[in-house]
Design a protein around this ligand. Structure first.
Ligand code: PLP
Length: 356
């Protein structure tokens, strides 16, 4: 028994996180936006030849991955830092750049680690609700004060699946002080389909206050290996690289990420299959009369018109896990990860029964 407890600002958030993590592994998990289509065959080939490598520390900065990414994005390696997934980079950005009481603007609902990481770094959170499920750049600008330090912008947004176009981002940046860090989390960028592809590398080149976050957990299907990267101005990136956990990206993750980047056909096939499955879900949900938010991600957020906890539990009894919207302010909605064809068919069949 001890009275030592985590600080008040994060205690409840932590409990929410743990509660969501402890579910039974035998269920079909459509609650974590994982890739239903696996990973590239190149990854298995690359990981077959690991002998001798595991007793050494990995490359200090995931150098071979940086080299490849610099080539692909036509930027310098100085503009990139790799991390143990975007989670680590979000934490590192908060810790490196937030001073106590700096204001942090977070559209809501959005990916919840921005809030936890900002609170851990003693930031003061200003939440800006979405409008009609879309992040509103104007509302964010209205919330900016002299104390604003970071704006977290998840684009496409989790859990609404909506996207801001490149034109909207440029207009927003024209009005934003260059003293404020804008973090564009592009975990789902490959799945954009409701607007033209967003050339965010160009945005970073022209705006030193913008950081992009990319991950190998989604379209590349490497969630278990924990690897992602940030792109930005060299000095800003150095501030993350110098203070994040040292050597946090392991050898297997680096090898797998590099191998994945060599398999563009796999990436495209995931995008294609996801779009096909989304279209199937749209068609079925239209027939069921359910409204949903057109998605630019590998999940679909749908209104079930009744208490989401009830529907989540009914699906769970049938061995399917989805995310209920209650904890992100959408009490009658579900966020459903796009699964394999047969998994999506099961979801539809079960929902028909549960909602009838
Ligand atoms: C928007 C967003 N950013 C980051 C992450 C976490 O990424 P990683 O697995 O690279 O830590 C997620 C995971 O679901 C996410 O939805």
């Amino acid at each position: 028994m001890t009275h030592i407890r985590v600080k008040d600002s994060i205690r409840r958030l932590h409990e929410d996180y743990v509660k969501r993590g402890e579910e039974d592994g035998k269920l079909i998990r459509l609650d974590r936006n994982e890739n239903a289509f696996g990973h590239s065959k190149n990854v298995e080939r690359a990981l077959r030849h690991t002998s001798g490598a595991l007793s050494s520390y990995p490359e200090l900065y995931a150098d071979s991955l940086l080299h490849k990414l610099a080539d692909i994005h036509r930027i310098s390696e100085q503009n990139i830092v790799a991390g143990n997934g975007s989670f680590e980079l979000i934490t590192a950005i908060s810790q490196s750049y937030l001073n106590p009481e700096d204001e942090v603007i977070i559209p809501t609902p959005t990916f919840d680690w921005y809030k936890t990481a900002s609170l851990l770094a003693h930031g003061h959170i200003i939440e800006v609700p979405v409008e009609n499920h879309r992040i509103s750049p104007d509302k964010i600008l209205q919330a900016v004060t002299a104390k604003t330090k970071i704006i977290w912008l998840c684009n496409p947004n989790n859990p609404t699946g909506t996207v801001l176009s490149e034109v909207e981002l440029h207009r927003f940046l024209e009005k934003l002080s260059p003293e404020i860090l804008l973090v564009l989390d592009e975990a789902y960028i490959d799945f954009i389909r409701e607007t033209e592809p967003v050339n965010s590398i160009h945005i970073v080149r022209t705006h030193p206050n913008v950081i992009l976050l990319r991950t190998f957990s989604k379209v590349y299907g490497l969630a278990s290996l924990r690897i992602g990267y940030a792109i930005g101005n060299a000095a800003v990136i150095e501030g993350i690289r110098n203070f994040k956990t040292p050597v946090s990206v392991n050898y297997l993750a680096i090898e797998a990420a590099v191998a994945s980047l060599d398999d563009e056909a796999f990436r495209r096939s995931v995008v294609r299959q996801t779009a096909k499955q989304l279209d199937y879900l749209y068609k079925e949900f239209n027939q069921l009369g359910l409204s949903y938010i057109r998605s630019n991600t590998n999940f679909l957020t749908v209104c079930v018109g009744r208490d989401s906890d009830y529907v989540v539990n009914e699906l769970k009894k049938r061995k399917i896990l989805v995310r209920g919207g209650k904890d992100f302010g959408y009490p009658e909605w579900l966020r459903i990860t796009v699964g394999k064809e047969e998994e999506n068919q099961l979801v539809v069949t079960y929902l028909k029964g549960i909602l009838s």
